[in-house]
Design a binder for this molecule. Sequence first.
Ligand code: 6GU
Length: 290
Amino acid sequence: MTEEPGGQRDGNAPGRGTRLDIVTIFPEYLDPLGVSLVGKARAAGLLDVRVHDLRAWAHDRHHTVDDTPYGGGPGMVMKPEPWGEALDAVLASGPEPPDRPPVLVVPTPSGRPFTQQVAHELAAEPWLIFTPARYEGIDRRVVEHYGARLEVRELSIGDYVLAGGEAPVLVMVEAVARLLPGVLGNAQSHRDDSFAPGPMAGLLEGPVYTKPPEWRGRGVPEVLVSGHHGRIARWRRDEALRRTSGTRPDLIEGADPAAFDKHDRATLSALGWRPGPDGRFGRPSADVEE
Ligand code: 6GU
């Protein structure tokens, strides 16, 4: 999966699918991209994933990629020169003439939140370059330099701190890959995803069941075996409202009230929610749930 400087210039050929380049000091950390959904998308030619070892562009005896921070303080900072050479090489390996420049995705806990909306935006791009960092991050001049040439998106996967950006890259690539046309078997597969745009926008998915009909004394909700599609859809929506109310009340508070029909409003009312002066829902008694 790894390749040295001076590699191929055959990038983004039509029919090779979305191209993803990842520059890292731990190429093997990205091995899971050969497995499961992403692995299958690659095998099917829907994704062209190339993992590069940053140390291939560190020319001293020890392939040094970090140094002490200017201004002092704990930890180390990633040096700009290896990143500059690595990114120039990856950019030069793209199609000639370039059709559409890549988007540079910089994982950092200081970035904007990576959301389902961002995943959709990235899935619309033909070429993404990821720069997962270790230590205290990359010398700021690298983002400034490429930011003057390319669209750069600094993204965080949540409010906690990881040791490096490789795990966030695995997260982002999986979220993006499953949105690419042809990757999931069924075009409807992400219609009801939590956070997907559409009728269930902003609601969490409720519980799901499969056979057997009874397991350890527990049956399945009768409505799901009724064959009554209207009642099933309504039950699923009520369960989504109940789940969202219980675990993510912020999503109910932030929801566009126009998204709630008459039955939704009755369900929300039973869960303790009341429309406020602006029409948005709030819960005066924040301990009423489930
Ligand atoms: Cl993208 N990187 C690191 N190191 N920590 C994080 C993160 C990214 N997102 C949340 N925590």
